[in-house]
Write a protein that binds this ligand. Sequence first.
Ligand SMILES: NC(=O)c1ccc[n+]([C@@H]2O[C@H](COP(=O)([O-])OP(=O)(O)OC[C@H]3O[C@@H](n4cnc5c(N)ncnc54)[C@H](OP(=O)(O)O)[C@@H]3O)[C@@H](O)[C@H]2O)c1
Length: 261
Amino acid sequence: MKNYTLITGATGGIGIELATVFAKNNHNLILTGTSRTKLEQLKKHLNSQYDVDIYTIDKDLTHPSSAKDIYDEVTNQLMNVDILCNNAGFGDYGLFHTLDLSKQSNMVEVNVQSLMKLTYLFLQDMIQKKHGKIMNTCSTAAFQSGPFMATYYASKAFVLSFSEALYKEVKDQGIHVMALCPGPTKSHFFERAGSDQRNNKLLKNFKVADPKKLSEFAYKCLFKKRVIAIYGVKSKLLIFLERLLPRWMVRNSIYKLQERK
Ligand SMILES: NC(=O)c1ccc[n+]([C@@H]2O[C@H](COP(=O)([O-])OP(=O)(O)OC[C@H]3O[C@@H](n4cnc5c(N)ncnc54)[C@H](OP(=O)(O)O)[C@@H]3O)[C@@H](O)[C@H]2O)c1
């Protein structure tokens, strides 16, 4: 059985670069996303540059059965996932009570439920083989509450807590679990979240990261067995400082940073 790296959300800004860095380092890939066309274009592009096997699966992760469908397809094809990158995710901007409830539920399904289910399913095989790596794309949003993006920040807090706990549970069984924590990064994220980018103080105050550099950093951190990989000096410093401040002060500053006037 050949080993593969499975990347969800492979068609987005960060996912494309994660797929590229893994291909560049000779990993066979299983790429997932909602768009068959985008997945096939990415496969063609990567195959023109790197000599690796690439298999694509188009699945909408808002469907509760998608994680199991992906797992079944992968095992039926006799592919072994030795690295799982749970990267798919999206946000939604606005006061919680004014937002579409079904979009909030779908966000929890993609950012939390599908990540948890895929981890559960593939971890069983990794435990048996005593070998494997799991990288969950989290966010610097995981470290504090996020007024105007309440569900999104809470979903990433789940990812951070879940990843850290799993790291401790399975580290002596040959498996490494890491939470990748990017700050604002160039992708379709803000547009998809319905956040006006011109008046976005977060984007004005932070240097928007290059997804290519972020992905190279993520790859190195995964192999160096980092547990929480925070990208960028400013993000690292802010997260450190936040720990010293009272929670009311942190949530007030996020409120100010995210409100649009
Ligand atoms: N960009 C940032 O500033 C930033 C910062 C911190 C963390 N992150 C996290 O980074 C990850 C990647 O986001 P990105 O910045 O690359 O955003 P993006 O360009 O919008 O890409 C999002 C990816 O997630 C996939 N996805 C979204 N909804 C899905 C669904 N229902 N089913 C299956 N796949 C779905 C998309 O696939 P399709 O296009 O095929 O639907 C796409 O590949 C997310 O978890 C995000 O929360 C982003």
